[in-house]
Design a binder for this molecule. Structure first.
Ligand code: V47
Ligand code: SF4
Length: 393
């Protein structure tokens, strides 16, 4: 575990700042904002990777988690105008927009009747007709139909809007949904917390403070959540570190974030397409710095449908311990932005083989990281590809 890190430490030419950062990590001390920026801008990638891998292996060994879930997307119509979004259609562009009724959404849920999924992830555009009551009823119906299914639903952006419309504060709105059956909150909508950058890329949706407040309130009520960071567009490295700094501070308070998920900006079909995409080298570094900086987060997740399978595989040596996941074929958010050029379908067998190919140990988990199935020595009896056909987009 330490061997590759020792190679750097034994090298007298390792610069003093890198050495001092490594010593902090070895002593389980926290690195500073400036050191985070240094890891982005000055440190050698192989050193940053070795450090992140050291932390990852110290915490999880070779274990690599995945989850069998499916996505439910009520609508792609959205009142907001995030410039990076390839997915939403403004309310006036109804031609290629969709809007599912409660019955249609229950039909989606029923498609998984005989599939061993453990989670439904509900996320979509912000539509004025989809009220708190509507979603509360939907959650109740799903819970009544399949009580053991974990419901991870809606981003802080959606909550901020639906609670305001219902004239409830975050605590009241979340309490109502928790009573309906809400189990946890996904990490979307965080983007980049720096106010100037946020204003440039997604000026009209909830603010950074509101995003953080919503998650704080959820955590105080025992509702866990994830945190994302959208990177590789107009932001600079200090904005990324500032983002992680705010997440680290909140996690110190609540300890209720499950995982950190960097999301690479994908440039297809959106108002920021002209920016192009950042490099794989930057991807590796971004995840690795995330692993090092967020010393109070248990997990760092690479969402393979958007980062791509091969980069996700590489990231397992750069701090990542989770590849989400086996996912249903209805979600469209990233395919519309040009991610995952290969087939967006991955069976359980494929995900297990992908993890094993880089000598990691595949574990199926539930949403809150209870281990469900250990695939280390598992032999697939059939060709495996029909076990759970999954698709992402
Ligand atoms: O907030 C939108 C991102 C997020 C693009 O918590 C884009 O387990 C890249 O947060 N390029 C929503 N990213 C999805 C999300 C998520 C996904 C998977 C798992 C979890 C989890 C959360 O998608 C948005 C935004 O940051 N996004 N457009 C784009 N062009
Ligand atoms: Fe709407 Fe979310 Fe797209 Fe922003 S990222 S436009 S809030 S669907």
């Amino acid at each position: 575990m330490r061997r590759s890190l020792d190679l750097f430490l034994n090298n007298p030419q390792l610069d003093a700042t890198s050495r001092s950062i490594a010593e902090k990590v070895l002593n389980e001390e926290r690195i500073t904002f400036d050191e985070g920026v240094y890891l982005y801008d000055k440190a050698e990638l192989s050193f940053v990777g070795a450090l992140a891998n050291y932390i990852r292996e110290k915490r999880h060994g070779d274990k690599t988690y995945f989850n069998r879930n499916f996505h439910l997307e009520p609508t792609n119509l959205c009142i907001f105008t995030c410039k990076f979004c390839s997915y939403s259609r403004l309310l006036k562009q109804k031609e290629d927009g969709w809007f599912l009724t409660e019955e249609q959404m229950m039909d989606e849920v029923k498609k998984y009747d005989d599939k061993p999924v453990t989670e439904v992830h509900i996320v979509g555009g912000v539509h004025p007709k989809l009220s708190l009551k509507f979603f509360g009823e939907l959650i109740k119906k799903i819970k009544a139909y399949r009580p053991e299914l974990h419901i991870k639903a809606f981003t802080a952006v959606e909550y901020d809007y639906m609670f305001r419309k219902a004239k409830m504060n975050y605590q009241e709105g979340l309490q109502y949904l928790k009573e309906c059956g809400l189990d946890s909150i996904p990490g979307g909508g965080a983007e980049i917390f720096d106010e100037a950058v946020r204003n440039e890329i997604c000026a009209d949706k909830c603010s950074s403070d509101q995003w953080l407040d919503l998650h704080r309130t959820a955590h105080q009520m025992g509702i866990p959540s994830n945190a994302t960071m959208l990177y590789g567009h107009v932001e600079k490295s200090h904005h990324r570190v500032d983002h992680m700094q705010r997440l680290r501070a909140l996690q110190d308070e609540t300890k209720c974030f499950n995982t950190f998920i960097p999301l690479k900006f994908r440039s297809g079909n959106n108002e920021m397409s002209h920016l192009g995409e950042t490099t794989i080298i930057d991807d590796l570094r971004t995840y690795a710095v995330g692993r090092i900086y967020l010393d109070n987060f248990a997990h760092v997740k690479a969402y393979w449908p958007m980062i791509g399978r091969q980069t996700a595989q590489l990231l397992l040596q750069y701090g990542v311990d989770d590849i989400d996941g086996t996912i249903d074929d209805t979600t469209k958010i990233y395919s519309m932005a040009g991610a995952e050029e290969q087939s967006p379908v991955m069976s359980t067998r494929e995900i297990v083989e992908l993890i094993k190919a880089v000598d990691r140990h595949p574990i199926e988990r539930d949403t809150v990281y209870n281990e469900i199935n250990d695939y280390k020595d598992h032999v697939f009896e059939d060709d495996g590809f029909i076990e759970l056909p999954v698709l992402y987009s």
